[in-house]
Ligand binder design. Structure first.
Ligand code: SF4
Ligand code: SF4
Length: 371
């Protein structure tokens, strides 16, 4: 007996699959499963987060519905995976935020955007808020840089602490020692597997959709979203260094590094989330955890709106729209930061940790075989 019914079901499926082993070449889940004869809760959460949800094992399975064995690995692991986000969250009192997550994220975003819009209107000189301000320091005439750095720095620091504590709980529960960084080869292998989304390829043919025709589009849109996010983060880091090391204040000219990085990242964060949204709608519902669609869509929407407001600010910063757009963009960014530990963002961290563990297991097994 496991902690939840879905883990009991995952255990049943892994036991069936361990006897069958037809899918062992499709992804990392089946080889990792084969290294075990029984499954703890932590093992099943590890396998659930190792699964990329490509759907290949459902389409290939001779025991999938309507067969009486009712084997549906992608959907079962998707539900277990979403449950694991709440199970490991920090602080524990916030676990409930994963229930009706779409509503929680939407309300947080609405309150944050409203707070920035009303805040700007309350404390800014209307001539500044609705006037044309250009040149270095134009943003900070509306919100002082120190206030912006303190507010966003605190939100980001909280997100980092909460995510680290959640990841620590996951890592311990799947049975690994805390010092994973000590094993550099496994870490590097996981970086490569995550960076290329190696296991989102359905065993080489792509992800499966409602029409049973696999494509690589989901992987492409994931890449655009992930690397777009990374470029936007890099743009923020470079701008921070400009401010504190070179005493250069935003906004910067279009050719400057923070703007170039932010623009490229912003384009990725516009196209990627739209593509992921469309891809999600085209998928066979038999593969999905339909009850958590709100969580997935809310995260995609937050990334899209953050990017859209940032790109609009970039394009219209020399017009009277700059003030309201700055408030809008800061509202979305703040909401994104504080909800990072309590939404779909965590899937990237847990999956990466699962890939590190898988790389370690493979290495240990290869060493055992060689001896
Ligand atoms: S998913 Fe089906 S075909 Fe694949 S290993 Fe499991 S039981 Fe066998
Ligand atoms: S859905 Fe894809 S990634 Fe998940 S277990 Fe099946 S084949 Fe592996």
């Amino acid at each position: 007996m496991h902690g939840t019914q879905i883990l009991d079901e995952a255990d049943r499926l892994m036991t069936v699959c361990n006897s069958c082993r037809y899918c062992e070449g499709l992804c990392a889940v089946f080889p990792a499963m084969e290294m075990r004869r029984s499954f703890s809760d932590g093992d099943l959460n590890y396998l659930a987060n190792l699964c990329h949800g490509c759907g290949a094992c459902y389409v290939d399975c001779q025991f999938s519905p309507p067969h009486e064995f009712n084997v549906n690995v992608p959907q079962t692991l998707a539900i277990a995976r979403a449950d694991s986000y709440a199970a490991y969250t920090w602080p524990r009192a916030c676990a409930g935020l994963f229930a009706r997550n779409g509503l929680v994220i939407s309300l947080t975003a609405a309150v944050s955007v409203a707070a920035f819009l009303f805040g700007f209107a309350a404390v800014s000189d209307p001539k500044l808020l609705y006037g044309i301000n250009t040149g270095p320091g134009a943003f900070y005439a509306l919100m002082p840089h120190n206030a912006m750095a303190a507010l966003f720095g605190a939100a980001f620091l909280y997100a980092i602490i909460a995510l680290t504590m959640s990841l620590r709980a996951f890592w311990r529960d799947i049975g690994e020692p805390i010092g994973m960084c000590a094993d550099a080869p496994s870490l590097w292998q996981a970086v490569r597997d995550a960076g290329t989304l190696r296991y989102l390829d359905g065993g080489g043919v792509g992800c499966f959709n409602a029409d049973d025709r696999p494509t690589d589009r989901r992987r492409l849109y994931h890449h655009l979203t992930f690397y777009g996010f990374a470029l936007c983060f890099a743009a923020t880091c470079v701008a921070t260094l400009y401010h504190y090391l070179l005493a250069r204040e935003a906004p910067y000219p279009w050719w400057d590094l923070p703007v170039v990085l932010g623009t490229l990242g912003g384009i990725g964060l516009l196209i990627g989330p739209i593509g992921l949204f469309v891809a999600k709608w085209r998928r066979d519902t038999a593969l999905l955890d339909e009850a958590r669609m709100g969580m997935d869509v809310a995260f995609i929407a937050m990334l899209f709106l953050t990017s859209l407001s940032g790109m609009a600010l970039l394009l219209l910063r020399a017009t009277p729209a700059m003030g309201p757009l700055l408030a809008l963009h800061l509202g979305f960014v703040f909401a994104l930061f504080i909800t990072l530990p309590y939404g779909k963002f965590v899937h990237g961290l847990y999956r990466f940790a699962a890939l590190v563990r898988y790389a370690r297991e493979r290495k240990v097994m290869a060493q055992g075989t060689a001896e």
